[in-house]
Design a protein around this ligand. Structure first.
Ligand code: HEC
Length: 440
């Protein structure tokens, strides 16, 4: 009730603020660090913002369709850049920052958005190049210790989507520990997302290149228990993941990486040879990163079926967390019918910990969200999640017209409700540890 009453007042405040900003723009006196609009230049003001927040994707060989590394690149699209930043379409970030802020968050401040707008209106001046020593470094990653490639794969180009499994032996004689991991797609036009798992049975090797979910694969037939069901997840824009010092992931001796690749449909044959880049810790880390996954089995309002022409909400409830743990990252996973996702935890003392909220689910941007500091979940806590699926024709991503009933499955036209966590056994002081976010 109170929310409803105060809403109109809030809105009028925004209108007022907007009007003030407009007058400032007209006067050419935008309140950007006290600089007049006409003095804002590409090199001094705009480039540092783009280098920090855009160039990791907008450079040759990365996910975005064009580079934003030179003045010419940027000035050609100046109004467009203003529009995508003001609408907060770019940089892509799906999680609501008022619910929780993450270490790998890539969001512009209002001041940065205003600076770009002021530069666009103020004549898009170039300015003088800043000496290299004073430049904001664009995001780059260190060299890995070991790079592994899948075997080359040719997509048929018949407009079908491809869900494939590749088995990549590491040939490691002894167990190693990862301080970081990176996935490099070999073909950005086709690669949609990837998930890496670890097998030590070596029984899955005949599966290299098979269709995921095929009942005749060793993967399905033998039902081997994998050593790790989630070593790493990749979507466009998910950069290398690094862990704080003394913390890492175990890679057993003789491990085979199991790569589950999802390719978007292509209309002509395409090649892919994706690579995995591993960063080894110099010694065994004191603490190991573990994973747990809440899947459809934890949905309270079973069955997990999304009837055609309905909008339906599922609620998930975890079992009691058995010991104190520290969450490092969270990654919700749904397919095309997903519309929104929210997760929180309740401690035995009744304290509510907000985990993540995504109001406008986007299948294309399924990121691993790294907490700013390891988040303590005490023994006895319960995790709740709520996901809404829209299986009507109003959902523009609905793969079927007319809509068809969807059930659980690995294909994109099936649905999923997963919540994947990386965590550590809790230690006092974890709350103060800073998670690295992306290597910067
Ligand atoms: C995580 C990767 C990533 C980051 C960071 C990123 N972009 Fe993008 N951008 C993309 C991809 C991929 C596309 C193409 C797909 C799309 O439009 O959604 C794109 C598209 C665009 C487009 C074209 C939009 C359209 O509708 O065609 C513009 C303009 C743009 N980005 C500007 C920016 C700016 C400015 C920044 C930084 C403030 C930025 N991007 C940060 C990945 C990124």
């Amino acid at each position: 009730m109170r929310l409803h009453k105060s809403a109109p007042k809030l809105r009028s405040r925004y209108v007022f603020a907007g009007a003030v900003a407009f007058v400032w723009i007209l006067a050419g006196q935008l309140p950007v660090r006290g600089i007049a609009q006409g003095d804002i230049t590409y090199y001094q003001h705009v480039k540092p913002i783009l280098d920090r927040n855009c160039v990791a994707c907008h450079r040759p060989g990365e996910a975005a369709p064009f580079a934003l590394t030179t003045y010419e690149d940027v000035v050609r699209r100046a109004e467009f850049i203003q529009w995508v930043t003001e609408s907060r379409y770019m940089p892509p970030w799906m999680a609501d920052p008022s619910f929780r802020v993450f270490a790998n968050q890539r969001l512009l401040t209002q001041g940065q958005i205003d600076t770009i707008a002021a530069w666009v209106h103020g004549g898009q001046k170039k300015g003088k190049p800043v000496p290299a020593t004073q430049r904001v470094a664009a995001e780059t990653w260190p060299e890995p210790d070991l790079t592994l490639s899948m075997k080359p794969f040719t997509l048929p180009g018949d407009g079908s989507e491809q869900f494939r499994i590749f088995i990549i032996p590491t040939q490691l004689q002894e167990e190693r520990y990862l301080r970081g991991i990176d996935f490099q797609p070999g073909n950005l036009r086709a690669a949609h997302h990837a998930r890496l798992m670890v097998d030590t049975s070596q029984l899955l090797r005949p599966d290299d290149g098979v269709v995921a979910g095929d009942p005749n694969t060793e993967f399905t037939r033998l039902n081997v228990r994998l050593a790790d069901y989630f070593l790493h997840g990749w979507v466009p824009g998910n950069f290398p993941v690094f862990y704080p010092e003394g913390i890492g992931k175990r890679l057993p001796a003789g491990a085979d990486l199991v790569l589950n690749m999802h390719y978007s449909p292509t209309t002509r044959p395409e090649q892919d040879q994706s690579r995995i880049r591993l960063y080894f810790a110099p010694e065994k880390p004191r603490r190991l990163v573990k994973t747990f996954i809440l899947d459809e089995n934890w949905v309270v309002n079973q069955p997990f079926v999304i009837p055609a022409d309905t909008v339906i909400r599922f609620t998930m409830r975890s079992p009691l967390i058995p010991t104190d743990i520290s969450l490092l990252s969270i990654m919700p996973h749904m397919h095309l019918l997903g519309r929104s996702f929210k997760a929180w935890a309740v401690t035995p003392q009744g304290e509510v910990l907000l985990l993540i909220k995504i109001d406008d689910w986007n299948f294309n941007w399924q990121m691993t969200y790294q907490f700013e500091h390891p988040l303590k979940l005490p023994k006895g806590a319960v995790i709740f999640a709520e996901a809404v699926y829209d299986n009507t024709s109003r959902n523009p991503r609905n793969p079927f017209h007319p809509p068809q009933t969807a059930t659980y499955g690995w294909g994109t036209t099936n649905e999923m409700m997963n919540l994947i966590f990386e965590y550590l056994d809790y230690e006092p002081g974890d709350e103060a540890l800073q998670m690295p976010g992306y290597a910067r």
